[in-house]
Design a binder for this molecule. Structure first.
Ligand SMILES: [Mn+2]
Length: 567
């Protein structure tokens, strides 16, 4: 059950402390736990010098730097091994850029195939790397912390490994030269860095240590990669990450990477006005499409290349892959709809699978189905190693992780949170998988119910959405994890037009008369009964919405993005 709760109004004491700010900004800051002028200044104006911590505070950084320095000095063969997602790939690009900048060329970037290799460094992968590249050093990006066996195997070939990662360690650490990971130990003041963020710290440390033909601060140009990864990898946008995301977006808006420029142009995104949403909806999905469709190198080359022609080819190819990905997901959904239509009744939770489905694609299909059918959805496929893997999504009513916890024996592995998760099913349980989950769900009853409370930042009127309000809200961006996009409630709103638009009339638009800047409220891809109350011309409702500004087709637009419509 989803409910909304208005935040308590900013206290008198804090109001006085923050009196120099716009009233809405006072409330937004207060809602984010900020109560003093100093905290407010630090939040509103991130500072590169103040907010970035000393990279040498990260565990093993000293050892990592020494080992990499000696590899460069002796021109050893180095392999950069990165994860295939929108964190690992930008991280690999940062190392690529650093090595290129100092004229070190004896390295190869290896990115595993999601479908055949899976996540992390595997023993099999070490064998291949050893055979193909004969490196004496492997640097991991965004993985490695828990890959004890593979790293031991590397050791048996005389290959040193420097791990850079941000994933939680297990009881034992790998036998690597260095494991640079902010989640290990307590020396580093901020544990929320993403994988690319950790690589950035490594490059910072290497440059600080000096001896290279790179001026101090040159690494700032690679912050575009950190910005993309920090926003796409869903790490908290607080502390050091707020500065990395803030400056990352700044650099990204000016990035001279031909791949970025061409990708944005093809999507009609104005680079100079790019926001975190453009990373979430345009850049991220295309980087991820590459690995979901088997060619993570495409994404790496797109970001790394300095060649216009090559960039153009990669952008075109990624666009094609993204289209193919959508088609593949549509086929999966169609298959499911057909099966549902053929069965007598709708089960309480949807559990379906097909060995021909790709595990990398079922999560996106599960998202859609959970919304459409308003119940938890578990979908599985089979990967290139014959393993049954899948994803689950909740519609917001029941916790998918609680359901899995009730039948741990059917899984080889599972994890996640209330709203989404991933799993691999043991082969001997695959035929009874659906039944076992259904039974678990029925037995658990109310124990799996989740209360989803959306916090509303403030109550506003449409007339209050003026230039100074927009300026105030923008000071809190970029929004994401732990700094959610502000949500407002607008009481007594009466639309004078309600229109359905889009190819299949899948979007809804409300129009109002107001002296404020947002005359339209939009809901994209709305589903039947999505809103508590149906909007009608002339009927007064309360609107829960975000206030967004977007630069589209050469015009800066302000509008509301509808979250719900009540009473
Ligand atoms: Mn990551």
């Amino acid at each position: 059950m989803k409910t909304f709760e208005l935040r308590t109004p900013v206290s008198e004491e804090v109001k006085t402390a923050l009196s120099s700010y716009h009233p809405v900004l006072q409330q937004l800051l207060y809602n984010r736990g900020i109560t003093t002028t100093l905290e407010a200044q630090n939040f509103i104006f991130p500072s590169y010098e103040r907010d970035l911590h000393d990279p040498f505070l990260l565990p093993d950084m000293e050892k990592a730097v020494l080992r990499i320095q000696s590899a460069i000095l002796n021109n050893e063969k180095v392999v950069v091994f990165s994860d295939y997602d929108c964190d690992g790939i930008p991280g690999a690009v940062i190392l690529n850029d650093f090595f290129s900048a100092i004229g070190f060329t004896n390295f190869s970037t290896v990115i595993p195939h999601r479908h055949y290799d899976g996540f992390g460094l595997r023993v099999k992968t070490i064998e291949t790397i050893h055979k193909e590249y004969r490196p004496s050093l492997i640097i991991t990006v965004d993985c490695g912390t828990t890959d004890l066996e593979a790293i031991a195997r590397a050791g048996s070939y005389g290959i040193d490994v420097v791990v850079t990662d941000h994933h939680q360690p297990k009881a034992e650490l790998p036998n690597a030269v260095a494991v640079v990971n902010p989640s290990i130990g307590s020396t580093y003041p901020f544990s929320g860095l993403c994988g690319a963020g950790v690589v950035f710290k490594l490059v910072q440390a290497l440059i600080l240590r000096g001896g290279y033909e790179v001026p101090a601060g040159a690494e700032k140009w690679w912050l575009d990669m950190v910005g993309i990864a920090t926003i796409a990898d869903m790490v908290p946008l607080t502390g050091e990450n707020r500065a990395l995301a803030h400056f990352g977006l700044k650099v990204l808006r000016k990035s001279r990477r031909p791949g970025i420029q061409q990708l944005l142009r093809a999507q009609k995104v104005n680079q100079s006005y790019l926001t975190e949403d453009d990373i979430g909806f345009t850049i991220g999905p295309r980087i991820n499409a590459a690995s979901r469709m088997d060619t993570p190198e495409d994404a790496f080359q797109l970001l790394a290349t300095r060649d216009e022609g090559e960039a153009g080819a990669r952008v075109a190819h990624l666009e094609k892959l993204n289209g193919e990905r959508k088609t593949a997901i549509a086929l999966i959904t169609k298959d499911i709809h057909k099966r549902l239509a053929a069965s007598a009744d709708m089960p309480d939770i949807l559990v379906m699978g097909n060995p021909d489905w790709r595990p990398s694609l079922v999560g996106l299909a599960a998202n859609k189905l959970a919304e459409e059918h308003k119940r938890p959805v578990f979908l599985w496929g089979r990967d290139g190693n014959g393993e049954y893997k899948g994803s689950c999504r909740s519609d917001g009513t029941a916790s998918v992780v609680r359901i899995m916890e009730a039948v741990p024996d059917v899984f080889a592995e599972f994890g996640g949170h209330h709203f989404s998760g991933g799993f691999s099913v043991l082969a001997e349980h695959i035929h009874t998988f659906s039944e076992q989950l259904q039974n678990a769900f029925r037995t658990l009853g109310d124990a799996v119910a989740i209360q989803e409370v959306s916090l509303v930042d403030a109550a506003l009127t449409l007339d209050e959405i003026n230039a100074s309000f927009l300026e105030a809200q923008a000071l809190c961006a970029p929004f994401g994890m732990d700094n959610p996009k502000p949500l407002y409630i607008f009481h007594n709103v009466t639309p004078n037009a309600v229109t359905q638009f889009g190819k299949t009339k899948e979007h809804t638009k409300l129009t109002f008369s107001t002296t404020g800047k947002a005359r339209e409220a939009i809901a994209f891809f709305r589903l039947p009964e999505q809103f508590l109350v149906e909007p009608k011309v002339g009927y007064t409702v309360s609107l829960l919405a975000h206030v967004e500004q977007s630069f589209f087709m050469g015009r800066l637009d302000t509008r509301l993005r509808i979250v719900d419509i009540i009473d």
